[in-house]
Each structure stands twice: as C-alpha cells, then as structure tokens.
Design a protein around this ligand. Structure first.
Ligand SMILES: [Zn+2]
Length: 864
C-alpha cells in the first residue's frame, strides 16, 4: 500500500472523525444532524478520488488545514448557534469566520428543510426538494465548518405573516422543538438573520420563536417533559442581524450594543477570505441559485449584529468587540480545566508543521487529564468537557496519523446497487457486510484496545490486532442480518419528517492508545433501508382522469429496483376500486427497470358522476412473489377525476420549463400535444397549433426564447392562442441591459405582489367571459382545495386590450386583479396568467384542470 493511498485514507478518516460528536447528539435527538447525507458512497467516493486526480500537494494542503483546524479548535470552548428559517438563510460568513479563525464550535438550526421553495436546477418540488435541500445544507455546512440541525417544521411556501406560519406549525410545538435543540446543543451565544417583522412569514416566525426560546430553554417549568433527557440551558447572549433598512424591532432601545464583523479578511490557512469561503458554501444551495460566481470586488457585506438579550450582565460586551463572544468568561472553577495545551506557552497552531512536537504535547495533555472534569466538578457543564475532549481525540488522531473508515461491502448480497455506484441499501431479512479499516500512517505504533461496530440491533466488538505498527493498516469484516422489522427509509422524500431521512446510522469506533495516552476515533455512515424490490417511482401520480380519458385504460410507468444480488421474478400488481391487473416481471440482480402497465378500468366510468370535482380513490401498485400473494412492497397512487372538458380536435404545442407537468396535464385532458423545442419556436411551422403554452418562467429557463419572441407574437397575431404562465419580475419586465423588450403584444408590467394563502377568496370579475365559461362553466368551487398559494408576481400594470378576469387577495389586503389576463391580438389571442397553475395541475386539483382546459380551448370559443 502506497503512501498516497494511506494519506487519502487518513484524510477521509479525519473528515469522518469530525462527525463524531455530532452523531452522539443525533442519537439523542430525532432531528437529523446531517453531515452524512452523502453517506459512504457520495462523500467518500469523491474524496477518495481527490488525491488520485491531484496528488500529494492538494492532499497535504487539505491535511494541513484540517490539522490546523483541529489544533485551533482546542483553544475555543464556546458554541455559537445560528438560527435560520430555511436552508441558505444562515449567516454563512459569520459561521465560517467563527470556526475558521477562532475555532468556535458552530451549529446552525433550521426551522424547515425549505421544501416549499423553488428549484432552479431540476423538476423536484415539495418533499423531494426538501431532501435535496437537506443535502445542500450539509454540503454548505461542510464548507462553513458548522454542524446543521433541523426542527422539521413544514415549509408550506411563501407566507406574509408569522401568524400564518404559526397556524401551520403550531406556535407551541415549534417552540418546543427549538427549546429542545437549545437544551441539547447548549449554545453560549445565538445569532440570527431574522427579526420579527421583516420578509417571509417563516423568517418573522423564526425571529419570534428564538426570542421566546432564549428564555424558555433556561426555564425548568417550560417543557418539563424534556428534562429527563436534557437540562435547562441558558444561552448567554442573543444577537439579531441588522440589515440596512430594517431595524431589529425587538426593543427600540438606542443603547443596544452592536458587533460588527468584516468577513473580508484573508484566512491565512486557506488563502481565501472568509466571505469567499461563505460564498462557496452558499453555492452549494444550487436549487436556490443562481449565485454570484465571485465575491464583489469591494468585498462581502459588512455584518452588524445587535445584542437583544443578555443573560450575563456581569460579562458585558467590551467596546469594539471582534466577535459575538467577546467578554464572556467561563466560571473560574472550570476554566483552567478547559485550557488548550501549548508548546513553550505558544498556541499549538504555531507548531502546525511540527507534527511530532505537537503529538507529544497532545499526549501529555491527555495524560494530564486536559478537558476532563475532576471528580469534584463532575456534572458541571459536562457537554462542554465532552466537546473539548472529543476535539482532543480528533487532534490526537490527526497528529498520530490514524484514520478509521467504515464501508458497507459492495460484494455482499443485498446492499449494493449495480450500475449506480451511488446507492447502497440494506434489505430487511438479508445479510449485509461491513468492513472497518484502521490505518496508521504515523511514526509510532498504536495499541488497539477495542474496535466495534454499532447500528440497527447490532453492537458488536470486532477482534483486531492488539498493535497497529507504523505505516500499516488493518481491516475487519463483519456480517449482519438486517432485522425483518427494520424500518424502510426510501424514498427519502417520504421520510423527511420521521427521523429516517438518509436511513440508519452505523457507527464504528476504535479505542486506541499511543504512548500510554488513550484516545478514540469514531466514524459514522447512514444507509437506507429498502424493500428487496422497490417501487421507486410511479408516474403519473396523482393519476388525473377527465371526461375525454375516462374510458381509456390507465397507463402507468413504474420504476422498479431489484436490491437483491439474485435475479427476481414475480408480479407487479395494480389494485383499485373495481380494477385489478397484474403482470409478470423479471429483474436481474440490482437492476433498475421501468415497467409500463396498462389497466382497463372495468365499470369505473359508469360510477363517476359529473360533479365538478371528485376523487376517484386510490390505486395501489405492489410487487408480489408469484407463489404467494404477500406483497413485498406497496405504493399508493391517488387518482383524481376532473370534470374538465376541452374543445374537439385541439392541437397544442408547449415549451416546458422545469418539469413534466404540462405534458402530463395535457395527456390527462386527452389533448393531442407536442413538446416544442426552442428550435421549433425559431423555425417550425407554428400555425398548425391551436394553442401554444410557455411554461412558468419559460423566458428564464430558455433565454433564447426572448430573441424568438417575435415569432410567438406573430403566431398569435395570425390566429393562434398564446398562453404564458407566471414569470418573476426580473425575468419579464423590459430591460435594455438584458436585451429584453416587452414580451407581451400589449404591455404587461409585473410587480412583486403575491397571494400566498391557498384558500384566499377568488372573485370572478367577468363570470360570463368565454374564458370562464367555455367549455367549462367556472365558479368559485374551482378554486377550492388549492395548495400552497394562489399566485406570484402579479401584473401591476397592463394595457387596456386585456380583460382582467379574477380578483384575489390575502386577508386584509386589497384585491389583485391581474392574475388572469386575456386579450385579442390580431386574429388570435394572448393570455398571461400569474396564478400557480404548475403547482395545482401537478397536484391534480380538478378546478385547475377546468380553467386550464378553457385556456387551451379559448381559440375555439366564440368571443369576437
Ligand atoms: Zn428563507
């Protein structure tokens, strides 16, 4: 085994050691500490490749910065928590600077996974987006050197008020969760970007919660049921960020002290500024991009925090503080026991390049009981001692050159998916193999006291050599049988809130000794638990049926994965009210296969009446063994009936943006439809189409459309019906800098107003207008059961050629009337609509199908 290989292992091992105390906390919390999302395969895979691609130097630099960080961490016993509503709302600059410059233990706490947001890079929304954003947050935290945690409150989309957020979250429940996290993570100082009155309702609600939680976490009368697991905790200070333009509205005192943080200083270890590192972290939130590629030439924003709560008036902020921690002191009883070791009274970081000397200092420190509370102080702030002792373990491991890795063995049955190296799962009832390796790339022999693996129902010691000689490694394999009762954790999007996001934790731990100084190394991975044969996906779901498609068979596409290392043959079965069908399937070991299945719905049509909306029920897709009727797995597929009629013989063209909603909706309506490429728009024969639809944010998704827009307008002028779904203000309004003219035939200017209450009343301003009466007579009932919101970026000005058909508003606000605009243009028609059709059609809301059917049929209505 070559030197590089050992180095890469070490680097890998160390990155996992960092995870250690995070995981310990995770164990006592149902909330997910997310360092491990990419788990064994993603994170490790990419790291393991690093040194091969760019050998020794890059590895050595990374290693040196990690070693420096581990030594710096020994000097700082404080914890700072940043509270944020959504992933990417955290103050990455301050988190980065506190950890990278000062070695502060930094944690972030997110109210939600951000699943109600948008997705700039893919079709996933809602819980699927939440899974992605959790992973993005982990990647960002890795760059910041922070440790993320989540409250798991539901992100139901943009909200204007804290009240709306609390109606969904439950204010007390949200507070309970936040208090529990503060009691577990025990921050000395809490910071937040959110005040109580600015911006998104989730931000305001989070700003209000943290004010309450600061006091409540310290009060044993609050949530006393938590006290069997955690102790009350008084954070010392709470800071709220002051942005120019907002005042922290908590208390209007003029005398509130302020901490100013300049993130533009260069980090001498990484040779970039903290602001640049924070931007790199922000870029990990790809779904929320696009982000700037570089920090502005005049640097990142100067950050100002106002102190709004202080529990330690005896330890005031000094004037001109450098960090939010300045002036805080540990009690004199414990402070000496939490002091970092030094060499010649100088910090160890000054000796980062003299690894041997540092190792001696660390060994001596461990033997002298550094970071260990003496008996008479036992019980005084034990977590702080634990944190610092873990940091000493980590520094010792790096200095000694020891790393620990845990792999689920690709060769073992059941836990590796072929053809897709990113997936490794456990299957209930099947064996799974693990391999724990420990490597010593240092200059001293290491004694191995104990090696163990823990996870699921397993907690077992692994026999290992008693001594690990320098420049050697050793590896132990162990096989477990996954309990039949193990809880399934796929698809991840169905486990966003139940604590099983990313699967089951497995922890390997090595208790070691070097020169008589004990230390331990821990590494964790998470592995999903999947059924032997998984139905990964069913499309479409929900299954929408309309009068035109009611008598046709249902056509479903099922994506199946055989997680076994043996071939599988069995049945896929679809059951539902009045229908059942099955077909045989055969899957190779670990094969992923898409199966098309057609179901003839005997008798269903006669049972369906012509109500405006009606849920037809739920189908179930299941996988069965041929000889038994026991299903291996089963997935529900909701079906919806929408009484949405379209005019006959329509041909519709559409330019999709981010997902397949338009295609599926047009199929559900039984309309002949063709997807248009940009080239089709530029050069194709558009006059064949009765209607052309530009999907939501289409001019953003396909900037080339702007130059081709004249063709679209000409198409409308010549008699076509052009429908444009919502756009954001900065994607639509005329802007010479971006060579973007007015895109509508008669001017439409968008504003920033939204209607966020999904049950906001909708008034029909011209109920007899053909767009609201042909072929479907639209009524207020068609706006029932919408999800998330009504619309975004409503037009604020429009030309008198347009008729405004609907009015809607959130509580207490004046109605917005630009949500559905329609006008004649030449021989044809133009419709601009800022309502969120893409969400409602995707969710199978019958009323949305009816209005949509009218839009695409509009050219056939008699309205001139
Ligand atoms: Zn946010």
């Amino acid at each position: 085994m070559g030197f590089h290989r050992l180095y890469s292992k070490q680097e890998l091992g160390m990155s996992l050691v960092a995870v250690r105390y995070r995981q310990l906390r995770t164990c006592i919390s149902f909330l997910l500490s997310i360092v491990l999302a990419s788990s064994l395969t993603g994170l490790q895979g990419s790291r393991a490749q690093g040194p091969a691609a760019s050998p020794a130097n890059a590895t050595a630099t990374l290693d040196r910065s990690q070693f420096h960080q581990a030594l710096l961490d020994l000097t700082n016993p404080w914890t700072v928590m940043c509270v944020a509503a959504h992933p990417d709302d955290e103050d990455g600059s301050t988190l980065t600077l506190l950890r990278r410059k000062y070695g502060v233990h930094t944690v972030s706490l997110f109210s939600t996974y951000g699943e109600g947001g948008q997705n700039a890079v893919g079709p996933e929304l809602y819980e699927e987006l939440g899974v992605i954003r959790a992973r993005e947050t982990m990647a960002a935290a890795e760059v910041q050197g922070s440790e993320p945690h989540f409250l798991g409150l539901r992100d139901f989309g943009f909200s204007k008020s804290a009240e709306e957020a609390f109606r969904v979250w439950g204010e007390k429940e949200a507070l309970r969760r936040m208090v529990l996290q503060i009691r577990e993570l025990r921050p000395d100082v809490i910071i937040t970007n959110h005040d109580t009155t600015s911006g998104h309702g989730h931000h305001q609600a989070t700003g209000r919660l943290i004010l309450q939680a600061f006091d409540a976490a310290a009060d044993p009368k609050q949530f006393p049921e938590q006290l069997s697991r955690v102790s009350p905790w008084q954070a010392q200070r709470l800071f709220v960020r002051t942005f120019s333009g907002n005042q922290t509205s908590t208390t209007p005192s003029q005398a509130q002290p302020v901490v100013t943080i300049n993130p533009n200083e260069v980090d001498p270890i990484r040779s970039t500024t903290y602001a640049q590192q924070a931007l790199m972290a922000l870029q990990k939130h790809a779904t929320q991009g696009p982000w700037p590629k570089t920090v502005a030439p005049n640097g990142g924003r100067i950050i100002r925090y106002t102190l709004v709560r202080s529990a330690a008036p005896a330890q005031p902020l000094p004037s001109d503080p450098k960090t939010v921690l300045d002036g805080l002191r540990l009690p004199e009883t414990i402070a000496p026991k939490l002091q970092s070791p030094t060499i010649d009274n100088k910090p160890l970081t000054e000796s980062v390049d003299k690894r041997g000397e540092v190792l001696v200092a660390l060994i001596n420190a461990r033997k002298a009981g550094a970071f260990t509370a003496p008996n008479e102080l036992a019980g005084l702030d034990p977590q702080r001692f634990h944190l610092m002792s873990s940091r000493l373990d980590r520094a010792l491991a790096i200095a000694a050159g020891v790393s620990l890795t845990l792999n689920s063995n690709p060769g073992s049955p059941g836990n590796k998916l072929a053809g897709d190296g990113s997936e490794s799962v456990l299957v209930p009832g099947m064996p799974a193999q693990f391999s724990v390796s420990i490597a010593n790339s240092g200059d001293a022999d290491i004694e191995v006291k104990r090696l163990a693996l823990r996870g699921l129902t397993v907690d077992r010691p692994l026999d290992a050599a008693e001594k690990l000689l320098q420049a050697t490694d050793t590896s132990r394999d162990t096989k477990i049988t996954v309990p039949k009762t193990a809880s399934i954790s796929v698809p991840s999007s169905e486990h966003l809130y139940d604590g099983r996001l990313f699967g089951e934790p497995f922890v390997a731990r090595a208790d070691l000794e070097i020169e008589g100084a004990p230390f331990s190394v821990t590494t964790e991975t998470r592995i999903d638990v999947a059924p032997a044969v998984e139905i990964r996906n069913v499309e479409p779901s929900p299954y929408v049926r309309t009068p035109s498609t009611l008598s046709s068979p249902l056509r479903l596409n099922l994506t199946l994965i055989n997680h076994l290392s043996t071939p599988f043959s069995g049945l896929v079965r679809i059951n539902g009210p009045n229908l059942e069908t099955g077909r045989e399937i055969a899957l190779q070991p670990r094969e992923r296969q898409t199966v098309k299945i057609e179901v003839r719905a005997a008798g269903v049509s006669s049972r369906i009446t012509s109500h405006a909306s009606q849920t037809a029920g739920t189908l179930f897709a299941s996988i069965e063994l041929p000889e038994s009727k026991d299903s291996i797995t089963r997935r529900p597929v909701p079906t919806v009936y929408a009484n949405a009629r379209v005019s006959a013989k329509l041909l519709v063209g559409y330019v999709p943006s981010f997902d397949a909603t338009l295609k599926r909706s047009l199929t559900a309506l039984g309309v002949e439809a063709r997807e248009l490429s940009i080239e089709d728009v530029q050069k194709g024969e558009l006059s064949n189409y009765d209607t052309i639809i530009i999907d939501n944010r289409g001019y953003e998704a396909h900037p080339e459309l702007i130059a081709a827009n004249d063709r679209l307008l000409k198409y409308a002028e010549d008699g076509g019906t052009l429908i444009v779904f919502y756009h954001k203000t900065n994607e639509w309004n005329p802007n010479p800098d971006r060579k973007r003219p007015q895109l509508a035939p008669y001017p439409i200017i968008l504003g920033d107003e939204r209607v966020t209450e999904e049950d906001a009343p909708v008034a029909l301003l011209q109920p007899h207008h053909p767009l609201l009466s042909f072929p479907n007579k639209i009524s207020q009932a068609d706006f029932a059961n919408w999800i998330q919101e009504r619309g975004l970026y409503f037009p604020k000005e429009w030309d008198q050629h347009y008729a405004a058909l609907l009015a809607t508003s959130d509580k207490g606000e004046k109605p917005l009337t630009g949500g559905l605009l329609v006008g004649n243009y030449g021989k044809g028609n133009y419709i601009y609509t800022s309502l969120v059709w893409y969400r409602e059609l995707r969710a199978g809301i019958p009323g949305a199908y009816r209005v949509f059917a009218n839009m695409i049929s509009y050219g056939k209505s008699v309205h001139r």
